[in-house]
Design a protein around this ligand. Sequence first.
Ligand code: PRX
Length: 653
Amino acid sequence: MTDIDVLLEEHRKFKPPETFARNANVRSAEIYERAAKDYEGFWAECARELEWSKPFTKVLEWAPPRSKWFADGELNASVSCVDRHARGERANKAAIIWEGEPGDTRTLTYAELLDEVCRFASVLDSLGVEKGDRVSIYLPMIPEAAIAMLACARVGAVHSVVFGGFSAESLRDRIVDAGAKVLITADGGFRRGQVVPLKKNADDAVAQTPTIEHVVVVRRTEKPIGGTEASMKAGRDKWWHELMAKASPTRAPTAVNAEDILFTLYTSGTTGKPKGIVHTTGGYLTQCAVTTRMIFDLKESDVYWCTADVGWVTGHSYIVYGPLANGATCMMYEGAPDWPEKDRFWALCEKYGVTIFYTAPTAIRAFMKWGAQHAEKHDLSKLRLLGSVGEPINPEAWMWYRENIGGNRCPIVDTWWQTETGATMISPLPGITETTPGSATVAFPGITAELLDDNAKPIKVGGGLLAITKPWPGMLRTIWGDDERYVKTYFSKWPGRPDLYFPGDGAKRDEDGNFWILGRVDDVLNVAGHRIGTMEVESALVDHHAVAEAAVVGKAHDLKGQAIAAFVTLREGINATPELLAELRDHVGTKIGAIAKPDDIIFSADLPKTRSGKIMRRLLRDIAEGRALGDTTTLADPAVVAALKDQYESIEG
Ligand code: PRX
């Protein structure tokens, strides 16, 4: 893999603005040396910023590929995120400022958040949830999502949030895999003026989950979809507001071990089955808190807004745990960026005086396409820092973001990390790092990232495989119920080196030592910042009675980064029709969720295979992206490829 194209030639550089640098939380590059010299000491110092009910004496135990951090310490994540602020000077400070898509608003101070978290923790007690039990959460972006997560943490239960855009079947599979006892959902959520029928999906899912005992339903839309009184199943379903009204507003936090599980979160891999990534409490929270403070330069007076959904890891780490651990004021918005108009995000920034704004390249590219006039209508002068996450950001989008949103004055932090890493790993520190459009720059202090070739030989300058060479506090500890897959997926890339973590990304490194993440090197797509395994989509397609075989590849897409192209072979006697095409797209939507619907479906009598029967995805990618085809002589039947190419060109043309 040493031949990853070194395509990017970007030389624009931006030093941190002087006043920003002078006032930044991190002002000296000396922190990198300090962390490198005493890396356990550095992380221990960061961990001590949390509140521990029993201080840890051990920092790291590393028996590759297993790590334990702060393993004899005890804490409760909700205490560091809520109680300690509610008890002190931040009691009346806004913790969450929320706006629903229809424009309704709600602000929760830290004192109010504590009240709500305790009440919901009491509710969980009353439903029989105990330490270590799993609770699935399937909610829109409403404060109850954060409250439910923190309440789970308070009672020592493991939350498993499922993105509200996933289908009933995806929800079912995740509930079954986690063995969750309770599901928390809503009657619906608002998205582009429509109601997302969450309760209906939840009902369909729970009909096939043996472990769910109770479903708690937040009344959000009050629309007669799914969650009306009539559809509440007696004995099983309960309204959130009714339970909360009766619940005790005090509930002592359950002390957990630093290595007890805080949550599992499902993400796609190279097989059809999503992986339940397991994160524990002490290390995860430590890294979330310190990266939020240093990378976002978080100050007491900031209004911080991360536009992610709590259904993804970004929402976990940078809407809930990281910012709240720092006592920040966080914005939370329920709906779409273009509803009712394409200026909604900028209207929100102006209305609430947002100072730190963190979003994804796919959103930035959409803003670019919609035009700068939407941002120009609003006063964005309070913004002082911008962030990007989820996929490589093209230099053009980076520059547009800097100029049109950041007014050429806000530093941009491009943060590279993953569900598995828990928190940011590679990113500028905005007060000291000179940034360059498209590069996530360097590893965070205390993180060791390198580029390696196939033989684990370090590459100083050029292209290679990204590797993390030492454990870090927020790292995943295993895959829920499949420890073997943990070892195989992440620690088996370089034989005999179980100490090297392989994230699955290729990258390049320039002369200045900056990393440029190039994207996945495995069969995982990144569609609009969301990871989707090609195998998952293939399984969903093959599940349809008309499909004999399917191969899914990614193709470059202006807005989404990557789009999904599917090559499908139908069963004997079934005709390819536009109706069937629509049906297959919907089928994938039902099996996985709308985000996984293929953009293109090409029906083909055959798929290009090697003589040993392996589908040649590289060729399919070339076809999908309209490239000239290389050598096809190893194919079992080269005619298949030529036919496919003609067909693709005719639909594209
Ligand atoms: O390929 C990388 C890309 O997103 C993957 C992780 O996806 P997920 O677990 O869903 O987490 C997304 C939010 C942290 C990575 O393997 N990725 C993430 N951030 C960046 C990125 N690629 C380039 N630059 C980034 N800043």
